[in-house]
Design a protein around this ligand. Structure first.
Ligand code: AMP
Ligand code: ZN
Length: 120
């Protein structure tokens, strides 16, 4: 989608602090971190939100997003755990309408505490 900020990040026309990329997903640091470690995983294909995942092929897409969250968290070293959040729609606090999973962790040695992005 031409006016979608995450599509522009995927296309490379808007910069990001990239962490991981494969054929299907891109992971990068959130520009406004709500925790010591805060990254986003987006599918390269534009899907507006979790609510728009209705077809069989979305199953694979969602699995790849979640597997990438787990891989990035492992690679960053969040051995003590992390929080994974998908805000969906206006009432869910979603502000960027390109499906994305937040990965939030405390890093070492800080615990995560109560950090929740856009959940207010
Ligand atoms: P949500 O409220 O779930 O839609 O989350 C959108 C997230 O995208 C917020 O945490 C923003 O800080 C983050 N964000 C917005 N623009 C950018 C950007 N250009 N690069 C990285 N993260 C961004
Ligand atoms: Zn998009």
């Amino acid at each position: 989608m031409s006016d979608c900020i995450f599509c522009k990040i995927v296309a490379g026309t808007i910069p990001c602090r990239k962490i991981y990329e494969d054929d299907y997903v891109l992971a990068f640091h959130d520009i406004n971190p709500a925790a010591p470690v805060h990254f986003l995983v987006v599918p390269k294909m534009h899907v507006a939100s979790l609510a728009d995942c209705v077809a069989e092929h979305h199953a694979g897409l969602l699995a790849r997003v979640m597997l990438a969250v787990a891989k990035v968290a492992r690679d960053i070293g969040l051995e003590n755990g992390y929080r994974t959040i998908i805000n969906t729609g206006e009432d869910g606090g979603q502000t960027v309408f390109h499906l994305h999973a937040h990965g939030l962790g405390g890093g070492k040695p800080r615990p995560l505490g109560d950090a929740l992005p856009a959940a207010n």
